[in-house]
Design a protein around this ligand. Sequence first.
Ligand code: AMP
Ligand code: MG
Length: 348
Amino acid sequence: METKVWIVDNAVDKKGSYSQISQAATLLRENEVVAFPTETVYGLGANATSTIAVKKIFQAKGRPSDNPLIVHIADRKQLEEIAVDIPPVANTLIEHFWPGPLTLILKKRENVICDEVTAGLSTIAVRMPDHPVALALIQESGLPLAAPSANLSGRPSPTSAMHVLTDLNGKIAGVVDAGVTGIGVESTVLDCTAEIPTILRPGGVTKEELEKIIGHVNMDAALFAGDKVPKSPGMKYTHYAPKSPLIIVDGSPSFLQQLVDQQRALGKKVGVLTTEEHEHFYKADVVLACGKRADLYTVASCLYGALRAFDETDVEVIYSERFPQEGIGTAIMNRLNKAAGYQLIREK
Ligand code: AMP
Ligand code: MG
Protein backbone atom coordinates (compact mmCIF):
# COMPACT_ATOMS: atom_id res chain seq x y z
CA MET A 1 0.00 0.00 0.00
CA GLU A 2 1.26 3.47 -0.84
CA THR A 3 1.17 5.72 2.23
CA LYS A 4 0.09 9.25 1.30
CA VAL A 5 1.66 12.20 3.10
CA TRP A 6 -0.36 15.43 3.40
CA ILE A 7 1.71 18.35 4.68
CA VAL A 8 -0.62 20.81 6.38
CA ASP A 9 -0.35 24.03 8.32
CA ASN A 10 -1.34 24.12 11.99
CA ALA A 11 -3.44 27.20 11.23
CA VAL A 12 -5.65 24.90 9.23
CA ASP A 13 -8.57 27.33 8.98
CA LYS A 14 -6.52 30.16 7.55
CA LYS A 15 -3.90 28.56 5.36
CA GLY A 16 -5.95 26.55 2.88
CA SER A 17 -4.84 23.12 4.13
CA TYR A 18 -8.44 22.09 4.07
CA SER A 19 -8.43 20.12 0.83
CA GLN A 20 -5.73 17.87 2.30
CA ILE A 21 -7.66 17.36 5.55
CA SER A 22 -10.69 16.55 3.47
CA GLN A 23 -8.79 13.90 1.45
CA ALA A 24 -7.64 12.28 4.70
CA ALA A 25 -11.20 12.44 6.10
CA THR A 26 -12.55 10.75 2.97
CA LEU A 27 -10.17 7.82 3.46
CA LEU A 28 -11.27 7.57 7.11
CA ARG A 29 -14.90 7.40 5.99
CA GLU A 30 -13.86 4.61 3.60
CA ASN A 31 -12.61 2.73 6.68
CA GLU A 32 -8.90 3.22 5.97
CA VAL A 33 -6.42 4.16 8.73
CA VAL A 34 -4.73 7.56 8.73
CA ALA A 35 -2.13 8.98 11.15
CA PHE A 36 -2.59 12.53 12.40
CA PRO A 37 -0.95 14.93 14.86
CA THR A 38 -2.37 15.67 18.30
CA GLU A 39 -0.94 17.85 21.06
CA THR A 40 0.56 14.73 22.72
CA VAL A 41 1.91 12.36 20.02
CA TYR A 42 0.81 11.28 16.51
CA GLY A 43 -2.28 9.06 16.58
CA LEU A 44 -3.31 6.32 14.16
CA GLY A 45 -6.98 7.01 13.47
CA ALA A 46 -9.81 4.84 12.22
CA ASN A 47 -13.61 4.92 12.22
CA ALA A 48 -14.42 3.75 15.77
CA THR A 49 -17.83 2.47 14.67
CA SER A 50 -16.39 0.03 12.11
CA THR A 51 -14.88 -3.34 12.98
CA ILE A 52 -13.19 -3.49 9.59
CA ALA A 53 -11.51 -0.11 10.12
CA VAL A 54 -10.46 -0.73 13.72
CA LYS A 55 -8.97 -4.14 12.91
CA LYS A 56 -6.64 -2.34 10.49
CA ILE A 57 -5.18 -0.35 13.41
CA PHE A 58 -4.36 -3.50 15.36
CA GLN A 59 -2.91 -5.10 12.25
CA ALA A 60 -0.72 -2.14 11.23
CA LYS A 61 0.67 -1.66 14.75
CA GLY A 62 0.91 -5.35 15.70
CA ARG A 63 -1.06 -4.36 18.79
CA PRO A 64 -2.50 -7.09 21.06
CA SER A 65 -6.29 -7.17 20.66
CA ASP A 66 -6.92 -7.04 24.44
CA ASN A 67 -5.45 -3.52 24.62
CA PRO A 68 -8.35 -1.08 24.11
CA LEU A 69 -8.12 2.19 22.18
CA ILE A 70 -8.91 5.80 23.04
CA VAL A 71 -11.77 7.35 21.05
CA HIS A 72 -11.08 10.91 19.87
CA ILE A 73 -13.96 13.37 19.48
CA ALA A 74 -14.30 17.02 18.47
CA ASP A 75 -17.43 18.14 20.34
CA ARG A 76 -19.73 17.46 23.24
CA LYS A 77 -22.47 16.00 21.03
CA GLN A 78 -20.15 13.17 19.98
CA LEU A 79 -19.53 12.38 23.65
CA GLU A 80 -23.24 11.92 24.34
CA GLU A 81 -23.44 9.60 21.34
CA ILE A 82 -20.84 7.16 22.69
CA ALA A 83 -21.00 7.38 26.52
CA VAL A 84 -23.82 7.17 29.11
CA ASP A 85 -24.22 8.09 32.80
CA ILE A 86 -21.51 10.75 32.65
CA PRO A 87 -20.84 11.61 36.32
CA PRO A 88 -20.67 15.25 37.52
CA VAL A 89 -16.94 14.93 38.23
CA ALA A 90 -16.35 14.09 34.55
CA ASN A 91 -18.32 17.13 33.46
CA THR A 92 -16.22 19.36 35.72
CA LEU A 93 -13.02 17.89 34.29
CA ILE A 94 -14.27 18.30 30.72
CA GLU A 95 -14.95 21.98 31.37
CA HIS A 96 -11.43 22.51 32.68
CA PHE A 97 -9.27 20.24 30.58
CA TRP A 98 -10.93 19.65 27.20
CA PRO A 99 -9.73 19.99 24.59
CA GLY A 100 -6.53 18.63 26.17
CA PRO A 101 -4.39 15.63 27.14
CA LEU A 102 -6.91 14.03 29.52
CA THR A 103 -8.65 10.75 28.62
CA LEU A 104 -11.72 9.85 30.65
CA ILE A 105 -12.95 6.31 31.22
CA LEU A 106 -16.76 6.40 31.14
CA LYS A 107 -19.62 3.96 30.77
CA LYS A 108 -19.98 2.96 27.14
CA ARG A 109 -23.23 3.43 25.21
CA GLU A 110 -24.25 0.09 23.72
CA ASN A 111 -24.09 -0.63 19.99
CA VAL A 112 -22.27 2.48 18.76
CA ILE A 113 -18.52 1.97 19.18
CA CYS A 114 -17.42 -1.47 18.03
CA ASP A 115 -16.21 -4.06 20.55
CA GLU A 116 -12.69 -4.17 19.10
CA VAL A 117 -12.13 -0.57 20.31
CA THR A 118 -13.00 -1.34 23.91
CA ALA A 119 -11.62 -4.91 23.94
CA GLY A 120 -15.05 -6.09 25.06
CA LEU A 121 -15.13 -3.83 28.18
CA SER A 122 -18.34 -2.03 29.23
CA THR A 123 -16.36 1.21 29.55
CA ILE A 124 -14.91 3.53 26.94
CA ALA A 125 -11.82 5.76 26.92
CA VAL A 126 -12.50 9.14 25.31
CA ARG A 127 -10.75 12.46 24.82
CA MET A 128 -10.89 15.69 22.82
CA PRO A 129 -7.40 16.51 21.49
CA ASP A 130 -6.16 20.11 21.69
CA HIS A 131 -4.80 20.30 18.16
CA PRO A 132 -6.42 22.26 15.31
CA VAL A 133 -5.54 19.63 12.70
CA ALA A 134 -6.86 16.73 14.80
CA LEU A 135 -10.09 18.59 15.53
CA ALA A 136 -10.55 19.57 11.87
CA LEU A 137 -9.99 15.99 10.75
CA ILE A 138 -12.47 14.54 13.25
CA GLN A 139 -15.06 17.17 12.31
CA GLU A 140 -14.57 16.68 8.58
CA SER A 141 -14.83 12.89 8.87
CA GLY A 142 -17.97 13.21 11.01
CA LEU A 143 -16.77 10.15 12.95
CA PRO A 144 -15.49 9.32 16.41
CA LEU A 145 -11.91 8.20 15.70
CA ALA A 146 -10.25 5.36 17.57
CA ALA A 147 -6.60 6.38 17.72
CA PRO A 148 -3.70 4.79 19.59
CA SER A 149 -0.21 6.19 19.10
CA ALA A 150 0.94 5.75 15.48
CA ASN A 151 3.97 3.53 16.18
CA LEU A 152 4.66 -0.19 15.93
CA SER A 153 3.56 -1.77 19.20
CA GLY A 154 6.34 -1.65 21.77
CA ARG A 155 8.30 1.16 20.07
CA PRO A 156 8.56 4.74 21.38
CA SER A 157 5.49 6.80 20.40
CA PRO A 158 5.91 9.09 17.37
CA THR A 159 6.28 12.84 17.90
CA SER A 160 6.82 13.58 14.18
CA ALA A 161 5.41 12.34 10.87
CA MET A 162 8.90 10.98 10.12
CA HIS A 163 8.66 8.71 13.19
CA VAL A 164 5.28 7.48 11.92
CA LEU A 165 6.73 6.67 8.50
CA THR A 166 9.76 4.91 10.02
CA ASP A 167 7.37 2.45 11.66
CA LEU A 168 4.32 2.31 9.39
CA ASN A 169 5.23 3.36 5.82
CA GLY A 170 3.40 1.05 3.40
CA LYS A 171 1.10 -0.25 6.15
CA ILE A 172 -1.33 2.67 6.46
CA ALA A 173 -3.31 4.78 3.98
CA GLY A 174 -1.72 8.09 4.93
CA VAL A 175 -0.27 10.52 7.43
CA VAL A 176 -1.24 14.15 7.97
CA ASP A 177 2.04 15.95 8.69
CA ALA A 178 1.78 19.15 10.74
CA GLY A 179 5.28 19.11 12.23
CA VAL A 180 6.39 17.94 15.67
CA THR A 181 3.90 17.51 18.50
CA GLY A 182 4.13 19.66 21.63
CA ILE A 183 3.69 17.71 24.86
CA GLY A 184 5.47 14.59 23.68
CA VAL A 185 3.99 12.06 26.14
CA GLU A 186 0.50 10.60 25.85
CA SER A 187 -2.65 11.73 27.62
CA THR A 188 -3.43 11.02 31.26
CA VAL A 189 -5.98 8.18 31.51
CA LEU A 190 -8.43 8.79 34.37
CA ASP A 191 -11.05 6.24 35.41
CA CYS A 192 -14.23 8.20 36.23
CA THR A 193 -16.24 5.03 36.89
CA ALA A 194 -14.29 4.38 40.12
CA GLU A 195 -15.65 5.78 43.41
CA ILE A 196 -12.60 8.02 43.62
CA PRO A 197 -11.31 9.06 40.18
CA THR A 198 -8.20 6.99 39.52
CA ILE A 199 -5.21 7.65 37.27
CA LEU A 200 -4.57 4.50 35.23
CA ARG A 201 -1.82 6.12 33.17
CA PRO A 202 0.03 9.36 34.09
CA GLY A 203 0.30 11.79 31.17
CA GLY A 204 -0.05 15.34 29.91
CA VAL A 205 -2.41 16.55 32.67
CA THR A 206 -0.73 16.06 36.06
CA LYS A 207 -2.24 14.62 39.25
CA GLU A 208 -1.60 17.97 40.91
CA GLU A 209 -3.59 19.81 38.21
CA LEU A 210 -6.51 17.36 38.52
CA GLU A 211 -6.56 17.62 42.33
CA LYS A 212 -6.75 21.42 42.19
CA ILE A 213 -10.10 21.05 40.42
CA ILE A 214 -11.71 17.91 41.88
CA GLY A 215 -9.85 17.14 45.10
CA HIS A 216 -8.22 13.80 45.87
CA VAL A 217 -7.37 11.54 42.94
CA ASN A 218 -6.05 7.97 43.33
CA MET A 219 -3.20 6.36 41.41
CA ASP A 220 -3.87 2.81 40.19
CA ALA A 221 -1.87 0.48 42.47
CA ALA A 222 -0.50 -1.29 39.41
CA LEU A 223 1.50 1.83 38.53
CA PHE A 224 3.77 1.12 41.50
CA ALA A 225 3.93 -2.67 41.51
CA GLY A 226 5.05 -4.60 38.45
CA ASP A 227 3.20 -7.75 39.62
CA LYS A 228 -0.40 -6.42 39.91
CA VAL A 229 -2.75 -6.64 36.92
CA PRO A 230 -3.36 -3.04 35.77
CA LYS A 231 -6.94 -1.79 35.21
CA SER A 232 -5.68 -0.13 32.07
CA PRO A 233 -4.92 -3.22 29.99
CA GLY A 234 -2.26 -1.44 27.93
CA MET A 235 -0.10 -0.74 30.97
CA LYS A 236 0.96 -4.38 31.24
CA TYR A 237 2.87 -4.42 27.96
CA THR A 238 6.53 -3.49 27.43
CA HIS A 239 6.51 -0.16 25.71
CA TYR A 240 8.44 2.75 24.38
CA ALA A 241 11.67 0.76 24.23
CA PRO A 242 14.70 1.65 22.11
CA LYS A 243 16.42 -1.33 20.45
CA SER A 244 19.38 -1.45 22.87
CA PRO A 245 18.88 -2.10 26.60
CA LEU A 246 18.18 1.01 28.65
CA ILE A 247 19.12 1.28 32.32
CA ILE A 248 18.04 4.10 34.63
CA VAL A 249 20.64 5.40 37.05
CA ASP A 250 19.64 6.86 40.39
CA GLY A 251 22.77 8.72 41.41
CA SER A 252 25.22 11.48 40.63
CA PRO A 253 26.62 12.17 37.14
CA SER A 254 30.02 10.90 38.31
CA PHE A 255 28.46 7.58 39.36
CA LEU A 256 26.74 7.30 35.96
CA GLN A 257 30.08 8.07 34.27
CA GLN A 258 31.73 5.23 36.22
CA LEU A 259 29.13 2.81 34.83
CA VAL A 260 29.85 4.10 31.33
CA ASP A 261 33.60 3.68 31.81
CA GLN A 262 33.17 0.09 33.05
CA GLN A 263 31.18 -0.89 29.96
CA ARG A 264 33.54 0.88 27.58
CA ALA A 265 36.49 -0.91 29.21
CA LEU A 266 34.73 -4.13 28.16
CA GLY A 267 34.65 -2.83 24.56
CA LYS A 268 30.96 -1.86 24.55
CA LYS A 269 29.57 1.21 22.80
CA VAL A 270 27.65 3.20 25.38
CA GLY A 271 24.96 5.89 25.16
CA VAL A 272 23.91 8.40 27.82
CA LEU A 273 20.49 10.05 28.06
CA THR A 274 20.82 13.30 29.97
CA THR A 275 19.65 16.92 29.93
CA GLU A 276 21.21 20.18 28.77
CA GLU A 277 22.36 20.98 32.31
CA HIS A 278 24.40 17.75 32.69
CA GLU A 279 25.44 17.10 29.10
CA HIS A 280 29.00 18.38 29.61
CA PHE A 281 29.64 15.91 32.49
CA TYR A 282 29.68 12.84 30.30
CA LYS A 283 32.17 11.14 28.05
CA ALA A 284 30.54 8.28 26.15
CA ASP A 285 30.06 7.06 22.56
CA VAL A 286 26.77 8.96 22.23
CA VAL A 287 25.49 11.60 24.68
CA LEU A 288 21.96 12.89 24.02
CA ALA A 289 20.53 15.84 25.92
CA CYS A 290 16.79 15.62 26.19
CA GLY A 291 15.42 19.02 27.21
CA LYS A 292 16.20 20.91 30.41
CA ARG A 293 15.95 19.43 33.88
CA ALA A 294 14.79 22.84 35.14
CA ASP A 295 11.68 22.52 32.93
CA LEU A 296 10.49 18.92 32.82
CA TYR A 297 7.96 19.74 30.07
CA THR A 298 10.94 20.15 27.71
CA VAL A 299 12.15 16.67 28.74
CA ALA A 300 8.69 15.16 28.05
CA SER A 301 8.61 16.77 24.65
CA CYS A 302 12.06 15.40 23.60
CA LEU A 303 11.90 11.99 25.31
CA TYR A 304 10.58 9.71 22.56
CA GLY A 305 12.63 11.46 19.89
CA ALA A 306 15.77 10.83 21.98
CA LEU A 307 14.91 7.14 22.53
CA ARG A 308 14.41 6.76 18.77
CA ALA A 309 17.62 8.68 18.02
CA PHE A 310 19.65 6.03 19.90
CA ASP A 311 18.33 3.49 17.39
CA GLU A 312 20.15 5.41 14.64
CA THR A 313 23.47 4.87 16.45
CA ASP A 314 25.52 1.77 17.21
CA VAL A 315 25.32 1.98 21.01
CA GLU A 316 24.86 -1.38 22.75
CA VAL A 317 23.65 -0.10 26.10
CA ILE A 318 22.08 3.20 27.22
CA TYR A 319 22.26 4.74 30.70
CA SER A 320 19.64 7.35 31.55
CA GLU A 321 19.42 9.89 34.33
CA ARG A 322 16.37 9.76 36.56
CA PHE A 323 13.78 12.55 36.95
CA PRO A 324 11.73 13.75 39.94
CA GLN A 325 8.42 11.86 40.25
CA GLU A 326 6.23 14.93 40.46
CA GLY A 327 4.18 16.97 38.01
CA ILE A 328 4.91 15.90 34.46
CA GLY A 329 7.93 13.98 35.87
CA THR A 330 5.50 11.20 36.89
CA ALA A 331 4.61 10.57 33.24
CA ILE A 332 8.27 10.84 32.16
CA MET A 333 9.40 8.26 34.74
CA ASN A 334 6.47 5.95 33.93
CA ARG A 335 7.56 5.85 30.25
CA LEU A 336 11.29 5.64 31.05
CA ASN A 337 10.74 2.79 33.53
CA LYS A 338 8.73 0.87 30.95
CA ALA A 339 11.31 1.56 28.24
CA ALA A 340 13.96 0.22 30.62
CA GLY A 341 11.89 -2.80 31.65
CA TYR A 342 12.27 -1.34 35.19
CA GLN A 343 16.06 -1.87 35.20
CA LEU A 344 17.55 0.58 37.69
CA ILE A 345 20.99 0.97 39.26
CA ARG A 346 21.16 2.94 42.49
CA GLU A 347 24.27 4.66 43.82
CA LYS A 348 25.08 3.32 47.28
P1 AMP B 1 -2.73 4.26 23.52
O1 AMP B 1 -3.93 4.10 22.64
O2 AMP B 1 -1.55 3.48 23.04
O3 AMP B 1 -2.44 5.68 23.86
O4 AMP B 1 -3.16 3.58 24.89
C1 AMP B 1 -4.44 3.78 25.43
C2 AMP B 1 -4.42 3.45 26.89
O5 AMP B 1 -5.75 3.61 27.41
C3 AMP B 1 -3.99 2.02 27.14
O6 AMP B 1 -3.17 1.98 28.29
C4 AMP B 1 -5.32 1.34 27.37
O7 AMP B 1 -5.19 0.18 28.13
C5 AMP B 1 -6.13 2.42 28.07
N1 AMP B 1 -7.58 2.21 27.92
C6 AMP B 1 -8.31 2.32 26.80
N2 AMP B 1 -9.60 2.01 27.04
C7 AMP B 1 -9.70 1.69 28.34
C8 AMP B 1 -10.77 1.26 29.20
N3 AMP B 1 -12.02 1.13 28.74
N4 AMP B 1 -10.49 1.01 30.50
C9 AMP B 1 -9.22 1.16 30.96
N5 AMP B 1 -8.17 1.55 30.21
C10 AMP B 1 -8.40 1.81 28.91
MG1 MG C 1 0.69 3.77 22.47
